[in-house]
Ligand binder design. Sequence first.
Ligand code: NAP
Ligand code: MG
Length: 477
Amino acid sequence: MPQMIVNGRKTDAISGQKLDVISPVDGAVFTQIPRGGEADVDLAVKAARIAAEGPWKKFTALERGRLLVKLSNLILENAEELSQLEARDTGKAISSARNDIQVMARYFEFYGTAADKVHGEVIPFLNGYSVQVIREPLGVTAHIIPWNYPAQMVGRSVAPALAMGNACVVKPAEDACLSVIRVAELGLEAGLPAGVFNVVTGLGEEAGAALSAHEDINFVTFTGSNEVGVLVQKAAAEHAVKCVLELGGKSAHVVFNDVNMKLAIPAIVKGILANAGQTCTAGSRLLIQRDVFNEFMDLVVEEFSKTRVGTPEMDLHCGPLINKSQFDRVNRYLEQGKKDGLKILAQGQIDPGVPETGYYVTPTLFVADNHDSDLLMQEIFGPVLVALAFDTEEQAVQLANITDYGLMAAVWSENGGIQQRVAKEMKCGQVYINGFGAGGGVELPFGGVKRSGHGREKGLVALEEMSTTKTIIHYHG
Ligand code: NAP
Ligand code: MG
């Protein structure tokens, strides 16, 4: 049975309570996890504090970095086991799970090799003074992780925090936490001191709420829904704790008349089907300039209709959704689309061999004649793509920016002027030109504006987010 990792030890919840873990593949319970609560969180935060102020503080940046690279190598050595765990827990296709584990390893490698390259500054000041700006860890960092990409997210969040010398307490989602537990175990094997990388499993409203409200954390990073993100920020604000929030999106593809269709269409279809659409950066809106609309959509329909949904082992375009509540939610949106007068242009197919009790939904491509429907305004978190025609560049920009979200966008055009103007007008944290990827590589700064949140992860900027500066002003005459 999976256990939590607190202060370097595998442990059950103090209460002894457990939660059933349900497989999205067939809706059946396949294991149990500890139902950690406030007391478990408190132990983990105390252990992290002791580690951060004690043994972990004594490590040089080079030593911390080497440990993270060692962890990266251990992840690679155990990649198949981790991939199977991730696929089973989340329901995603096995090849996607394998990719996620490679990305997780890459995060620990990237930040491990960057740890000793974060240098301070010397500032010219008044005569007789020397001024240094040095970077220091924040202390105890809290990490609330969602269920859509647990392995990637734990790498993205924990690796830079550890690289900067923080000690972490991670609360993964109850629906998918097995790879997170396993990587913390591998962290111990790599030689991380006790208390540096803690994992407390449990319910969001219990363990998650207790962690974000804990008076002795120094930072919290959260990825998930807008609603819970706001709760986390409020809880952190009680103790003036900094937070980074990544709260999803409603990303638009903006396709102009001169689009390279061969390049665009596979990327656009993949961009909504990856992880069954349960991706914060999913390209869920398809805005197409009117002259090319019909020709372009014929090809999108052809590509979209090939979509197949199945179990992780079938390794198709989409797996099931994570749980019953997401399944119901996406089906509600599909019904609403029909009520709102949207037309279905294409659908994928669920493989007849999938268990009937799993959470499989039919990928659906809609076309709309205005931007009013909730299907175009809200994050669906499922394999649902809605297309809409536009006339001018100005209108395209207005529509792309019309939602409350601002995470990612893509511009498809061969015209350099359009590419640059539109990319610069997009209100979001990342813009692709003639390409599309889920938040891009590990190296690329990522995060939202507007209701998609604030703060940046990935790239070197995460090392700044997860540390603080101290300015030393020395008068020596
Ligand atoms: P969620 O409730 O926001 O969950 C995200 C994380 O927050 C999980 O670890 C969750 O734990 C934890 N949590 C829940 N309530 C909490 C609280 N009161 N205090 C602190 N932490 C808490 O997301 P969800 O319900 O799983 O999904 C709902 C919608 O959120 C999705 O349809 C999608 O729109 C969005 N979402 C976005 C992302 C993203 O990548 N941006 C990821 C996931 C979901 P438990 O899961 O154990 O409750
Ligand atoms: Mg699960």
